[in-house]
Ligand binder design. Sequence first.
Ligand code: FAD
Length: 472
Amino acid sequence: MKEGMTQRQDIPGENRFDVIVIGGGSAGVAAAISAARGGARTLLVESAPMIGGELISGISMLGCLSTRGDWIVGGVVTELLDRLKPLGGYIGPVFDYRALHLVCFDTELMKIAVMQAVAEAGVHLRVQAFFCGIETGGDETRVRLMHKGGEAWYAARVVIDCSGDGDVAVAAGAPSEKGAPGTGALQPPSLVYRVCGVETEPLLRFVRDNPAHFGLGDYPGLGMDARQCAEALYAQGQPKVLLRGTQGLLKEAIDAGEMYPTSVLAIVPTSTARKEVSINSTQLAGVDGTRAASLSEALPRLMAQVSQGLAFLRRRVPGFEQAALAAVAPKIGVRETRRILGEHVLDEADIMQGRKRADGIAKGGHELDILAVDGHRHETIAEGGSYDIPYECLVPHGQRRLLVAGRCISSTREAQSSVRVMGTCMAMGQAAGTAAALCALDDGWSGDVRDVDRARLRRTLIADGAVLEGTL
Ligand SMILES: Cc1cc2nc3c(=O)[nH]c(=O)nc-3n(C[C@H](O)[C@H](O)[C@H](O)COP(=O)(O)OP(=O)(O)OC[C@H]3O[C@@H](n4cnc5c(N)ncnc54)[C@H](O)[C@@H]3O)c2cc1C
């Protein structure tokens, strides 16, 4: 047998763990850190060369503060943000004067912060390791990875699916749904890129003087019209600006064929030192992020949109005249694929009414947010507040030693469009990792993740800084 390869029947001690987390994005990083801190021997598996998932693609964190401006997550999220401060990579919460508070940070320094946090927690790591099989039953779950050295089997008492696409849960036989009921329509993926040399003052002055071009004042609770929002955005002094494909400058460019069809062009600060912003705008309809052929066909088209978008910004948007491309995200960003069906299906009423639950293990507060190339459905949570996510959303039907966290949790399409943001994914990841460690290290555990001591789980999460109570 080649070095590094192991067979299913003969899993060596070094490949045996209490908890294995598949997927090293926002949910997976938080899950692995929490499981390891809970005392579990923990493995984090990531198919990319770097951990962080969408945390290191260029976007900022949503779901950390409600529209009212209350922090609704804590624990691993705030620790990670605190790590960015001495590195000089923390910009902090920025309000978009539409409806959202974004926590902005330097993408490059986030790579360092994530790596530090995972290493210090004592998490074992396999990068460039692709999950490709699972065997359940008995007193452990076995997973098959393809990585340098070849195919290898690993075993754990509990496995957590943080792949975003529900790859693990589906392979284990859990039921799932994908896209819009009836049509199967999926939100478009985007290739995010970053641009440096952007002058903030002329950009914000342009917004202040031309509010009709921009997405502003969506939340009525703000009590501000677009012009007042544009003034406030200018005073805030951060290059956080949203152009919409249905109005003003961006619509004119799309109609003229100067820009590709898209519903948004979102500008978000990523580094003050480099005068750098990220651009979230490229979009393609009809791409299925669970199919390699579909992603591969989309990649050159999205790269062409990056070039076109950059040219548009330099030509039409004040402040971008001298801007240069700084980075393109390491992979296509996928907003929506599968939703694993679990013991509770979080739905539109749960989120929009800001429903609270005695058994909540994480909070969400991001708007209902369904993008399409030709439109954007977005609605703020009741009173700009938050809702609770119950543990049951992390427990797939028919599985005993498997949890899911992140954008593929058990939810309807509408609820998924809110829970998918990174602050919420990290909070769910912390809950899943904590629960997995409590199960795996309990000698009296039944072998079913449903039987975790719920009261102890919530107590542990609160002690570890999670926000589970006390917000609207
Ligand atoms: C273009 C775009 C813009 C967005 N904008 C924002 C925003 O501004 N703010 C915000 O908070 N959220 C935003 N979101 C949503 C958010 O980024 C994601 O929904 C969130 O990161 C999901 O977290 P996750 O941990 O579930 O998945 P991910 O962050 O995608 O992590 C999943 C990880 O699993 C790995 N993986 C997948 N399959 C396998 C496998 N088979 N084996 C091994 N590893 C695997 C992937 O490589 C990845 O690293 C945006 C999403 C997109 C696509």
